[in-house]
Design a protein around this ligand. Structure first.
Ligand SMILES: *[C@@H]1O[C@H](CO)[C@@H](O)[C@H](O)[C@H]1NC(C)=O
Ligand SMILES: *[C@@H]1O[C@H](CO)[C@@H](O)[C@H](O)[C@H]1NC(C)=O
Length: 287
């Protein structure tokens, strides 16, 4: 966001959560209001270990029952020398007088990796608990309870080594594996079904649509539309930029030309942007 700074954006119901210098900020593009959340209390250094990498990540959740927005913050550290993980978990209710509250966590410490979905009042993301063991973490926005769901072993290796997308599909969290899309026109979809089992299916692109893919242009999954089309887009920005919409039900890929006019971002290794749905919010932000 030019003039505002910030990165690591996530959109929820017409609001954008982003980070500036480690702090969480929220912007409402409809009202053009932005707020910066207070800084989290710092855990005394003596409680922390030296020589570790710390990562901070914010998640944006909405509880449809109480119509309440919450920000979840996970601070995780990896002590590489002994290969041990720690994580702190904080919650902020977006309302006047809001404050950061540290919450208990009786699951394994973990480092979040991919995904920041919020589906029907539950935040989902992928995380690793040890070098090659991934889990899907869910956080119920209303009850503030975490839960860890095992990821099948073959999927753990896949998440570690491949360009995958973590998407909402049919109202459920899903992993979209496009490792062989450009080469062979093949994708695999893994959906977390109600009850905690994973279902999987493979799709092969229609041969007449293979020309929409270009071997020298790497694609990233940028989310899904409200009608469950998967949005794929080139990592780098260029002037005749485009998005690809993959309808998994009809097995149909279509190209949407964007055409960028500002060369401000061209040539950057990764395009840092978000796609916005039509939702507009008139919510007045208070902290
Ligand atoms: C759009 O916003 C409305 C109300 O703010 C909400 O009911 C609806 O679920 C939102 N849709 C999406 C896709 O976020
Ligand atoms: C594929 O992308 C490269 C690099 O952007 C471009 O030079 C080439 O013309 C593209 N090929 C096709 C078939 O569009």
């Amino acid at each position: 966001m030019q003039g505002m700074g910030g990165h690591d954006m996530v959109v929820l119901r017409g609001l954008i959560l982003y980070m500036v210098c480690g702090k969480a900020c929220i912007y409402n593009p409809t009202t053009r209001q932005s707020v910066t959340l207070p800084v989290r209390p710092v855990i005394k250094f003596s409680q922390k270990v030296k020589g570790c990498d710390e990562s901070i990540i914010y998640y944006f959740g909405h509880d449809p029952v109480l119509d309440q927005y919450k920000i979840l913050c996970i601070v995780s550290t990896l002590l590489t020398s002994i290969n041990s993980l720690t994580s702190e978990h904080w919650v902020y209710v977006l309302e006047s007088g809001g404050f950061w509250k540290r919450i208990g966590f009786d699951c394994q410490p973990h480092i979040p990796t991919i995904g920041r979905l919020c589906i029907s009042g539950v935040i989902y993301y992928l995380a690793y608990v040890s070098l090659s063991c991934y889990v899907l973490v869910s956080f119920d926005v209303r009850s503030e309870q975490f839960n860890m769901i095992q990821v099948p072993k073959e999927l753990s290796g896949l998440i570690r080594d491949n360009p995958i997308g973590f998407i909402e599909y049919g109202g459920k969290p899903a992993i979209f594996d496009q490792t062989y899309l450009i080469q062979m026109g093949k994708v695999d979809l893994w959906v977390l079904e109600d009850g905690g089992a994973w279902s999987t299916k493979s799709l092969v692109l229609q041969p007449c649509q293979m020309h929409l893919l270009n071997e020298s242009i790497k694609l990233l999954v940028r989310g899904t539309t409200q009608t469950d089309e998967v949005i794929l887009a080139p990592c780098k920005l260029f002037s005749n930029y485009y998005l690809l919409y993959y309808d998994l039900r009809k097995n149909d890929l279509r190209k949407f030309n964007v055409g960028l006019t500002s060369d401000h971002w061209f040539g950057k290794p990764y395009a840092d942007y978000i796609l916005f749905d039509k939702n507009e919010s008139i919510l007045h932000l208070e902290t």
